[in-house]
Design a protein around this ligand. Sequence first.
Ligand SMILES: [Zn+2]
Length: 93
Amino acid sequence: MKGVKRVCSECGVENEPREVTLHLERNGIQVEVVGVPAMVCPCCGQEYIAAPVSREVLKVAEQLAEGLEATRSMFARAPAEPPSFRHIVLALA
Ligand SMILES: [Zn+2]
């Protein structure tokens, strides 16, 4: 992920504001974050995301994965089957 730039550093073309989807993995859990504001190069598709935004996205993804791990270990001690989901989609409003 790169910081926000008005112009693509690869092509020199002006970037466009768009919403992108980020795919992250924490502790073997896929976290998909939908609707992340970014600047995207219309030429090569390079995504530029503001540092505070990517920091926030990483933090939320980490908390989600940690929460899921805690839930799993709770289930592991109970006779019930642990939750089997491995993929979380997080949509930003
Ligand atoms: Zn480009």
